[in-house]
Ligand binder design. Structure first.
Ligand code: GLC
Length: 754
């Protein structure tokens, strides 16, 4: 299958192999950027540098005007002149970055150029759907292109380095940052991590529109206890290797030049001091030679973590672990010179990190062309920003991100000849909800709201009756009457419900997954009018919207859809676009089910209606409200039984082909995301009941059939045995194919012992 999904290579052999087990084939290696010319250049430069200048290269002050954390210690121009700043966070704009660059290159002793980092998470000024929404497209090509557009714009604004993609697997929707990643699945997360890295970095780092990608946050940040950002992640080595590491390995193998350390600890060791995972796994075992940047004051936070008594000890631990760049706390540059000179911090550790910073600048071509994006009047920046093509790209990505959750009685698509349309809800004209929370350079005025999208599509032919009905998060129901009245006079109703963009993303965690405030009650009051009602959700996490099911006939999940969100939602509501997206994350019935995800274990007592003493609840079903991979279309698809090329595989020939015939049984063209899952039925360790191992977007005309084929190999069948060896064990495997993880057809085959 599209082998973007490498895994962590085998652990060092602890004991002799078991005869029938198969070790992993040589794992994919990251592309090599290091060259003899780079080494010679950097060696010569480092030979001239003082201790202070070396530690200055490891210093990254907060930006001019953009601080995404608690304590900003912004650097100043004198520090640049003294060589005490190597990179900048959150400083952008061609004119400003050029001015600072000229100071570094022309007024410092060695003229080492600055590297400007910025949070370009899902677009720069042309804001795309939030990453969770983009991921719902299951379209790596589109996702890669979105990152490419972001890089073109960001680089024109003087940015060299983005702190994206966020590749944290998230299985706890209380955690606000679920919005920033690719959801719950390591396979989907890995494919999209690689796509985003390729998009940001392009095909040549030395091109002016390339930006360094940063896979973040290393690692298991999404496993925070209680869904509380920054909290403890206490997970097994197996879970770490099977769930949280694969997207980082995929990013590394795609050539990611940077990784950001996570705020959390894992089993007692804070990631900013985690030598085993940074030095031993990332650098030695994976062979990654990129730049590891701390998160915002992450080095300083080793003190509240309780593993450092003071700043200098925190700095020494960070450097020893291989954290190359100190974001914002300025410990490396202010507290470590004395430690290095006293021999308490090895110069070799400093040199190793300085080399990686200088390598990054060299690979971007900044030593030859430090002013690569500089046009002192900002003309290039303006020419590259929010172009019609970029907007068209954002609209297409948004169209592909919208998940049709329900469509009872085919309420959707609506007809454009509708005479009166009621538009109800607190998010119908919420401009910032189009951008989400991490659109740092995004501007509200660039966004098209749903109401604006509706007006543009319907013109004067349709009367819109607008009633907010309720706030996003208040108990005030005084607007209900007006909303119900609006619905009663309309032929159809579209409601825009959901979360405020500041209810997800960093430090925005919720203990409830319900629609905030009285929005659910508002929806039910409007639905009680009996009119055709559509609910469009604008939110940053799975929501427990079971109360709408069966009452509101059509539900469209729109996430935070970007600057073109209003148009994209309208395109789908009126059928100009047939929705094709699928859920990249499970929607629970309620927060009490969390964690709940499709790739769960069977346990010794799998849930059963007939058996009381099995793994389930008294008050809600054991299944989710909406499963991973769920998403409807305006047409329907039929899956024939899948077929395998070989009923048995010899261990020495683990190539398998699975084919399935899919038919469009409806009346209009549609795209189906055909999903393939694998289960290792019996193994020496317990295995998930399903694991995504392939997906393909297939376009079918009405009545058309296509046979979709998936190739399976070692990595698709492999697991970590009880010694953490990557192996394929003999036995039967079941393959599931379908349009959702909970709606599949299956076929089995066997791997023989010999
Ligand atoms: C924040 C985030 C990180 C971001 C960094 C710089 O705290 O954790 O994702 O890239 O600071 O803004």
């Amino acid at each position: 299958m599209n082998r973007e999904v490498p895994t962590v290579p085998p652990r060092p052999l602890l004991v002799g192999m078991i005869a029938v087990l198969l070790a992993a084939p040589a794992a994919a290696k990251p592309p090599v950027y290091a060259t003899p010319a780079e080494k010679a250049f950097v060696d010569a430069l480092m030979a001239k540098m003082t201790v202070e200048e070396k530690l200055g290269q490891l210093n990254q002050p907060a930006g001019v005007g953009n601080n995404t954390g608690p304590a900003a210690m912004t650097g100043n121009e004198d520090q640049i002149r003294k060589g005490e700043i190597g990179t900048y966070l959150g400083t952008q704009g061609a004119v400003l970055t050029c001015r600072l660059q000229r100071i570094a290159v022309e007024q410092s002793r060695l003229g080492i150029p600055l590297m400007f980092g910025y949070d370009v998470i899902h677009g720069h000024r042309t804001v795309f759907p939030v990453p969770l929404g983009e991921s719902a497209s299951f379209d790596p090509v589109e996702v890669q292109h979105a990152a490419r557009v972001a890089a073109i714009e960001a680089s024109a604004h003087g940015i060299h380095w983005t702190y994206a993609p966020m590749v944290d697997i998230a299985r706890d929707p209380r955690w606000g940052r679920v919005v920033e990643g690719a959801g719950e699945d390591p396979y989907l997360g890995s494919v999209l991590a690689a796509a985003r890295v390729r998009g940001f970095q392009g095909d040549d780092l030395r091109k002016p529109d390339a930006v360094l990608a940063t896979a973040k946050h290393f690692v298991a940040y999404g496993a925070a206890e209680g869904g509380r950002d920054y909290d403890v992640a206490d997970i097994s080595e197996r879970t770490l290797h099977e769930v949280y590491l694969p997207p980082f390995k995929a990013a590394v193998d795609a050539g990611a030049q940077s990784i950001m350390a996570a705020f959390n600890e894992i089993a007692g060791v804070p990631m900013h001091a985690h030598r085993p995972l940074i030095e031993d796994l990332l650098r030695k075992e994976w062979g990654w030679d990129g730049l590891l940047v701390s998160d915002y004051t992450g080095v300083m936070e080793l003190m509240p973590h309780g593993v450092a008594a003071d700043r200098k000890q925190a700095g020494a631990l960070g450097l020893r672990a291989g954290v190359d760049v100190d974001m914002v706390s300025q410990i490396y540059v202010k507290d470590l010179p004395a430690e290095v000179k006293a021999g308490r911090v090895p110069m070799a550790q400093v040199d190793a990190s300085v080399r990686r910073v200088l390598n990054a600048k060299y690979r971007l071509g900044l030593f030859e062309n430090p002013y690569r994006s500089c046009t002192d009047d900002g003309a290039h920046e303006r020419a590259m920003t929010l172009t019609p093509q970029h907007r068209a790209d954002a609209r297409r990505m948004a169209q592909k991100s919208l998940v049709l959750l329900e469509n009872d009685n085919d309420v959707l698509p609506l007809s454009k000849s509708v005479r009166t349309l009621a538009v109800i809800g607190p998010l119908a004209d919420h401009r910032r909800a189009m951008l989400g929370n991490w659109a740092v350079a995004g501007r509200e005025e660039d966004a098209v709201t749903p109401i604006e999208g509706l007006k543009a599509a319907l013109g004067d032919g349709t009367r819109l009756v607008i009633a907010k009905g309720a706030d996003i998060d208040s108990q005030d129901t005084s607007g209900f009457a007006q909303a119900v009245a609006a619905a009663k006079q309309a032929d159809a109703v579209v409601m825009f419900l959901g979360e405020h963009p500041d209810m997800s993303a960093e430090a925005n965690n919720r203990t409830s997954l319900d629609l905030p405030g009285v929005q659910e009650q508002l929806a039910l009051a409007v639905a009680a009018t009996g009119k055709p009602v559509v609910a469009v959700l604008l939110n940053g996490r799975p929501l427990s919207i079971g109360g709408l099911k069966g009452k509101v006939p059509a539900i469209l999940e729109a996430w935070f859809p970007g600057v073109e969100g209003g148009h994209a939602i309208t395109d789908v509501l009126f059928g100009d676009v047939n929705p094709s997206a699928k859920l990249p994350v499970t929607f629970p019935h309620n927060v009490g089910q969390v964690p709940i995800y499709y790739a769960h274990k069977n346990t010794g007592r799998p849930p059963s209606e007939q058996e009381k003493y099995t793994s389930k609840y008294l008050d809600v079903p054991w299944t989710p409200l909406y499963a991973f991979g769920h998403g409807l279309s305006y047409t329907t698809f039929r899956y024939d039984a899948p077929v395998v090329a070989k009923k048995t595989l010899a261990p020495s020939a683990l190539q398998q082909q699975v084919s399935v015939r899919v038919t469009n049984t409806g009346k209009r063209e549609g795209v189906e995301v055909v999903q393939l899952y694998v289960r290792d039925d019996v193994a020496t360790v317990t295995r998930p009941v399903k694991q995504l191992r392939g997906f393909q977007r297939v376009s079918l005309a009405p009545g058309e059939s296509k046979t979709v084929t998936f190739d399976l190999g070692f990595e698709d069948l492999a697991m970590y045995d009880d010694r953490m060896q990557r192996v394929v064990e003999p036995g039967t495997f079941t393959v599931y194919v379908g349009g959702s993880s909970d709606r599949t057809r299956e076929v089995a085959f066997e791997v023989t012992a010999q």
